[in-house]
Design a protein around this ligand. Structure first.
Ligand SMILES: [Zn+2]
Ligand SMILES: [Zn+2]
Length: 205
């Protein structure tokens, strides 16, 4: 279980909210959950693991904010992004114009090195700030509006910000030596005869 949260406490909260909780005290078995900083947790709907009920913030005084923590060992962000170890926090604050979401997220993406063709985990790191406006008059460039049901789904936003962090040409390491263009040997692990004959041999990229 998350170090901040007692398992018992999580069960109580789930029962109060009539949410289902699998009874093994290990977070990894939960398909999705959210931990609030005030030490309570909500198991969310599987289909919308990042949907937050922020109705209470809409009715709070200006300046009120709340942190929502996210942690998913594996997650699929609709429609196409699979990530490992997604972890992050979204601070949602009440402003006169709407709800300001300040997010800080990290995840790992399974990528293939363009030089050596090996699979590796590309770390992604993103920080953003977006306003969900109360009405059209104060809407920002992103065009985000607080939905009428008071539920904000951060999934599209987080996907968008993480996806742009994926490099076009991922490298397993900055000085990856790649493969020999003649015999295909992985030059990170060995030097083949072609490299010995020609020290300027081309590195495939
Ligand atoms: Zn490589
Ligand atoms: Zn070779």
């Amino acid at each position: 279980m998350h170090p901040w949260c007692g398992y018992e406490r999580l069960i109580n909260i789930c029962q109060k909210n009539q949410k289902n909780l699998t009874t093994i005290p290990h977070y990894a078995i939960l398909p999705s959950y959210i931990i609030l900083t005030e030490c309570c947790s909500i198991v969310t709907e599987n289909r919308h693991p990042m949907r937050l009920n922020v109705g209470f913030l809409i009715n709070s005084p200006i300046g009120t904010s709340r942190d929502f923590h996210f942690e998913f060992p594996r997650i699929h962000l609709q429609p196409d992004l699979d990530l490992n170890d997604l972890i992050g926090v979204a601070r949602i604050g009440r402003t006169p114009q709407g709800l300001l979401v300040q997010g800080k997220f990290q995840a790992r993406f399974e990528a293939e090195c363009v030089r050596c063709l090996r699979e590796f985990e590309q770390p992604l790191d993103s920080e953003f700030s977006e306003l969900y406006a109360f009405n059209r008059r104060s809407v920002s460039e992103s065009g985000l509006i607080v939905p009428e049901d008071g539920k904000i789904d951060l999934e599209p936003l987080i996907r968008e910000y993480l996806v742009i962090e994926i490099p076009i040409s991922p490298l397993c390491k900055i000085d990856c030596k790649g493969l020999c263009s003649i015999c295909g040997a992985d030059l990170n692990e060995m030097t083949c005869e072609h490299q010995l004959h020609n020290s300027d041999a081309t590195i495939t990229s």
